[in-house]
Design a protein around this ligand. Sequence first.
Ligand SMILES: Nc1ncnc2c1ncn2[C@@H]1O[C@H](COP(=O)(O)OP(=O)(O)O)[C@@H](O)[C@H]1O
Ligand SMILES: CCCC(=O)OP(=O)(O)O
Length: 356
Amino acid sequence: MGYKLLIINPGSTSTKIGIFDDETLLFEETLRHPTEEIAKYNLIVDQKDFRKQLILDFLTSKNFDIKELSAVIGRGGLLKPIPGGTYATSDALLEDLRIGRQGQHASNLGGLLAREIADPLGIPSFIVDPVVVDELAPVARYSGLPQIPRISIFHALNQKAVAKRYAKEQGVPYDSLNLIVAHMGGGVSVGAHQNGKVIDVNNTLDGDGPFSPERAGSLPTGGLVKLCFSGQYSQAEIAKLLNGKGGLNAYLGTNDMRQVTKMAFEDGNQEAEHVFHAFTYQVSKEIGSMAAVLSGKVDQIILTGGIAYGEKVVEEIKARVGFISGITVYAGEDELLALAQGGLRVLKGEEKALEY
Ligand SMILES: Nc1ncnc2c1ncn2[C@@H]1O[C@H](COP(=O)(O)OP(=O)(O)O)[C@@H](O)[C@H]1O
Ligand SMILES: CCCC(=O)OP(=O)(O)O
């Protein structure tokens, strides 16, 4: 009999959960949280108890007895910068998730929920490849202002998972390849993977890289400073403009790329068409810059995340960056499986759990 695992992946508007028997998914569910529910809470950590209850109620409704579990694994959040891998949910790690050591994002809840459910059952809990995985080359940390070094916050879990999947499909080790991975979801991250390390990536949460459905991405700094001191916005309002109300939301009032595609190419909305092209232009430009990071030695470009389901998005990006290398599309994400695999590597003794 294999290990029974509860996997928890909290997102800003949903909590995705899965029950695995080793690598076999027994069932999964996306528990959606309406904006009114989420808006009641000031801090991300305040959402922990209601999300926990929803998870437990759902498992009960499936007649799943949590006493069958061998471990609980959650997505890791805004901890201090750390190398990739599977981490035990130590007290120090939980405290940093609780306070949001590098900020507030729903992924902070993954480790907290995992430990709270696992502890009373006397089983271990882990997080895997949190969003703060930091493998940046020293040269990538320079921004141009010593007070503001560049930092690594991105879709580490899915980026690593699809890069390893590509390597496996080629029958070669991940650390023998140079890959560029573009994750296009609520946020967009483009990472340069050199021999198994993400040596450069745009900070997906904090004003760096292409705009995304909800985020503004890199902005002209002069204009941003003027906006901040215009007296029109509080600090919190500016933060919300950049992360939440930015990107597609700001231009078109929707964070749904399917909707934007329809507006642009079926409804004849010219602004939507321009914004659509600007999106694929910016993602392509970021991919091009990562090709320079890898000195042009790129084995493959991988497009992933929900937006990679969009055929027209993929077509436009391919047209711009196809000269660099071959392009593989793994649309969507398989973060639940990636979390399960990270936990299993430790439970089966193939890796040791890292200490935070
Ligand atoms: N078929 C599709 N074509 C274009 N965009 C899509 C398609 N399916 C989903 N998307 C877009 O993917 C985005 C969400 O991506 P996802 O990876 O699920 O995000 P999250 O970061 O919230 O997990 C949304 O903008 C959604 O409209
Ligand atoms: C916090 C970095 C990862 C990220 O942006 O996730 P979402 O796209 O799911 O918000």
